[in-house]
Design a protein around this ligand. Structure first.
Ligand code: NAD
Ligand code: ZN
Length: 381
């Protein structure tokens, strides 16, 4: 089959590799009809995630048609069209019982923090992902959801990650009626965090980025105020000025680690840490939120950071929450919002690219070129 293959930092290629096979009775093989590139893939692409091996296929956002099921699969049927949450989860461990699917204990042999994630390095279990023609889906009765007939495929593929992650970002902010919410990052996750903030009763939503076309998009799409951080000298001061000197009630980090200015991984896998100015967005969140406010972090951090103003956070009495999204938990509610017209995820899709051109697609998305917000990869079926 054709699949995206990682060759090293900033180098990915579409290559032929063996078709995946059923390895356990609970597995299914899914023929991918659409996959996306996510901001999380960029951390891999930039070489910021440990144990990203050459030959690994990325892609944790995909939908497709069930091609084959293992002998132990009871509910999923060949021919069904499914969306597959980015987390692999068993559905029955201590963490899954608490709907912490992103922290499943049984899907990642390392089991230190995160559970299994498709196409997200050996740190997240080493499962090949869906930027391919075919993908092996373990525990196929647990994760995948049959796509309802009235849900468009383009919406369905965005329900595998970007929409529920933005939604969970807002949820973890514990937004109260009338709250002022500042979202850092106007990528897909930040865009849906802004949309979700309104759904949860925010009175004011401000989105911060420096990519002008994204700020223009989110301003129109999510009816929010925007700030270009390149035009601001002191972010916390700026947000305070905008909020009667109180600060925001809730700050959301939808950025995570950036290839420039946070940390660098050499080819040999050693880390070069930059102390000062590391994790810019965490500083901005902690310093821009009001005393007693909430900081919600969904931006992903590959390396360790130790220049976070944790003393400020303590003195201000902040609540910090963070996690990988538990995608499946949010799906019923999000599908209702789509049906009611309150969410239109597919409007953020700007690019449709044949899988063969995956290298160009990463280059464009990573460089924020060509007004790119969300790219769909189409396999050659
Ligand atoms: P993206 O790369 O498309 O968007 C990130 C945006 O942040 C870009 O527009 C960039 O210009 C902007 N940015 C960079 N530095 C900034 C700063 N200092 N302040 C404000 N904005 C800044 O990525 P995305 O797909 O929207 O994902 C966003 C983050 O969410 C990534 O870190 C990704 O790994 C993470 N993520 C987390 C989960 C989860 O479950 N926790 C799931 C999906 C994605
Ligand atoms: Zn993703």
């Amino acid at each position: 089959m054709l699949a995206m293959n990682y060759r090293g930092p900033y180098r990915v290629r579409a290559e032929h590799k063996p078709d995946p096979v059923i390895e356990h009775p609970g597995d299914a093989i899914v023929r991918v009809t659409r996959s996306c590139i996510c901001g999380s893939d960029l951390h891999l692409y930039h070489g910021l995630v440990p144990d990203t091996r050459v030959g690994h296929t990325f892609g944790h956002e995909f939908i497709g048609v069930v091609e084959e099921v293992g002998s132990g699969v009871q509910h999923l049927k060949v021919g069904q069209k499914v969306l597959v949450p980015f987390n692999l989860f068993c559905g029955s461990c201590f963490f899954c019982d608490r709907e912490l699917y992103g922290n499943c204990h049984n899907t990642n042999p390392q089991a230190t923090a995160v559970g299994g994630i498709y196409g997200y390095s050996h740190t997240a279990g080493g499962y090949d992902g869906g930027q391919a023609e075919l993908v092996r889906v373990p525990m196929a009765d647990v994760g995948p959801m049959v796509i309802p007939d009235d849900i468009h495929d383009d919406d369905a593929v965005l329900l595998t990650d970007a929409v529920p992650t933005g939604y969970q970002a807002a949820e973890m902010g514990d937004i109260k009626e009338g709250d002022t919410v500042v979202v850092f990052g106007a990528g897909p996750v930040g865009i849906f965090a802004a949309k979700s903030a309104w759904l949860m009763g925010a009175g004011r939503v401000i989105v911060v980025d420096h990519v002008e076309y994204r700020l223009e998009f989110v301003k129109r799409y999510a009816q929010c105020e925007v700030v270009n951080f390149k035009e601001v000298q002191d972010m916390a001061l700026h947000i305070k000025k905008m909020t009667d000197w109180l600060g925001a009630d809730v700050c959301i980090d939808a950025v995570g680690c950036e290839a420039s200015g946070s940390a660098m991984q050499t080819i040999t896998g050693r880390w070069t840490m930059m102390q000062a100015g590391a994790a810019t967005v965490l500083h901005w969140c902690i310093n821009s939120v009001r005393k007693g406010g909430n900081v919600s972090i969904v931006g992903v951090y590959g390396p360790t950071f130790n220049a976070v103003p944790i003393g400020n956070a303590l003195n201000k009495g902040l609540t910090l929450r963070m996690n990988q999204a538990s995608v499946k938990r949010h799906l019923p509610r999000l599908i209702e919002h789509i049906r009611a017209g309150r969410l239109n995820p597919k409007e953020i899709i700007t690019h449709r690219v044949p899988l063969e051109e995956v290298s160009d697609a990463y280059h464009i998305f990573s460089g924020k070129l060509d007004n790119c917000i969300k790219t769909i990869l189409i396999p050659p079926n």
